[in-house]
Design a protein around this ligand. Structure first.
Ligand SMILES: Cc1cc2nc3c(=O)[nH]c(=O)nc-3n(C[C@H](O)[C@H](O)[C@H](O)COP(=O)(O)OP(=O)(O)OC[C@H]3O[C@@H](n4cnc5c(N)ncnc54)[C@H](O)[C@@H]3O)c2cc1C
Length: 414
């Protein structure tokens, strides 16, 4: 297919990776990257971890060095949003009033924090969390120490922010709707592991509980009233109750949506020449034969690569095993697999008490997901877990748990 010019909407990890891949795959035509934010495309994972903790600086954030775009002839337009898409005319309108034609277009518009109707939610000191500005602002407040901080939301971001806030010497209380934090992602057994980790560092939980109202004085937050009638003192409140895919452009253009933008495994939407990747894409995953929308770093990275190759007419599909990681206090966790396939509790090798273990989840005797916590990297636990999942070979739970069987010997003989 002859591609004349490519427009990428969204300057996050997926969009910037797609631009880079177009060039590494030898595409020499015009590429415009529309970045709604005023920053060069940056990585978000450090924002709630090492960047927030002051252990990493601005140099840890760029997806590619800032000079890369000009050096590689990619027209990066910072602070310029796409406002309208016309799939029939193959044009996209921009907030500055201009319009661009395209041969292929990638929607990499990501996701935005879910907002909840909360009386008092607009008081000073109440915020959500997604951007580098959010991280800088909270870093300054957390670093003051000695504050009462309430996190609303017991998912990954809420838990990471709670860990960071607590590490700075603040008193943190976390509210969540589930009985166990992170249970929807990793089940009650491992969710309880993370709860205990936080409690050992002084984080308090109110579960299940929701915020009924944020209270304040002179326009500033002073507390949170829970649905149980308890008032929690608060100098800061962070609402971290998940994200919603940023589908406005696609929706107005009549592109098929269901929990994000629907695509095939090559990240093509039903509209000619339009692709979607990253947090916004709900892509058909060949391994499970169903659509799968992931809100993780590796999906944006791999999706950006696949979309770029597919836009160039190459035979590319997004078929990697989903992967993500988190760092909380002294725990480094990595996870690969398909939570939707998990049936039953995990099989554990190692020790939860010692905070060093690998957990495997199975279905019909096959490994469908696995998590490693503080496990020696030299044993390459994630590589083994991904290979086990891809092999679809049955493994006895006793073998998975047996410390005398080296991890790589769990794999079927080649
Ligand atoms: C604080 C935080 C911590 C995280 N930690 C982890 C982690 O530890 N591990 C992990 O695996 N994942 C983590 N993630 C998730 C990971 O960062 C996301 O999956 C990834 O950023 C998705 O990349 P994306 O390019 O799809 O979307 P985004 O990063 O959301 O980028 C999309 C960009 O498009 C822009 N945009 C939207 N609409 C338009 C428009 N109309 N015109 C122009 N631009 C537009 C947006 O402003 C945004 O800049 C974390 C996310 C956050 C927020």
């Amino acid at each position: 297919m002859a591609v004349e010019n490519i427009v990428i909407v969204g300057g996050g990890l997926a969009g910037a990776t797609a631009a880079k891949t177009l060039r590494t795959e030898g595409f020499g035509g015009p590429v415009v990257l529309l970045a709604g934010e005023r920053h060069h495309p940056y990585l978000r994972p450090p924002l709630s971890k090492e960047y927030l903790l002051g252990k990493a600086g601005d140099d840890a954030l760029p997806v590619v060095p800032e000079g890369w775009y000009a050096e590689n002839g990619v027209e990066l337009r910072l602070g310029v949003s796409a406002t309208q898409l016309d799939p029939a005319a193959r044009t996209v309108s921009l907030a500055d009033g201009s319009r661009l034609g395209y041969a292929s277009l990638l929607l990499a518009t990501g996701a935005r924090p879910r907002s909840i109707p909360l009386p008092g939610g607009n008081l000073d000191g109440v915020s959500s969390f997604r951007t580098v500005e959010d991280s800088r602002r909270l870093r300054a407040r957390f670093a003051e120490g000695g504050r009462n901080i309430v996190m609303i939301g017991s998912g990954w971001i809420g838990m990471e922010l709670a860990a960071a806030a607590s590490s700075y010497g603040n008193a943190v209380t976390l509210l969540g709707l589930a009985e166990v934090p992170l249970a929807a992602a990793i089940g009650p057994e491992l969710g309880s592991f993370f709860r205990s980790l936080h409690e050992a560092h002084g984080v308090r939980f109110r579960l299940p509980a929701s915020a009924a109202e944020v209270r304040g004085r002179s326009g500033r937050v002073t507390g949170v009233l829970t649905d149980a009638g308890e008032v929690l003192d608060a100098d800061l409140v962070v609402v971290a109750v998940g994200v919603v895919p940023e589908v406005a452009l696609a929706e107005a253009a009549g592109i098929g949506l269901r929990n994000g933008i629907l695509t095939d495994a090559a990240l093509r939407t039903a509209a000619p020449g339009i692709f979607a990747a990253g947090d916004v894409a709900n892509a058909l995953h060949p391994f499970i034969g169903e659509h799968h929308r992931s809100e993780h770093w590796s999906n944006a990275l791999n999706g950006g690569k696949v979309a770029a190759k597919a836009m160039l007419g190459q035979d590319a599909v997004l078929d990697t095993v989903p992967y993500f990681y988190t760092d909380q206090f002294d725990v480094s966790m990595e996870y690969s697999g398909f939570p939707s396939l998990v049936s039953g509790p995990p099989v554990v090798r190692g020790s939860l008490e010692a905070q060093e273990f690998v957990a495997f989840w199975q279905r019909d005797g096959r490994v469908v997901a696995g998590m490693s916590v503080n496990w020696p990297r030299s044993a390459k636990p994630q590589k083994v877990i991904k290979a086990l999942i891809a092999s679809k070979s049955p493994v006895a739970p006793e073998t998975l748990a047996d410390p005398d069987v080296p991890l790589d010997q769990l794999l079927p003989a080649a």
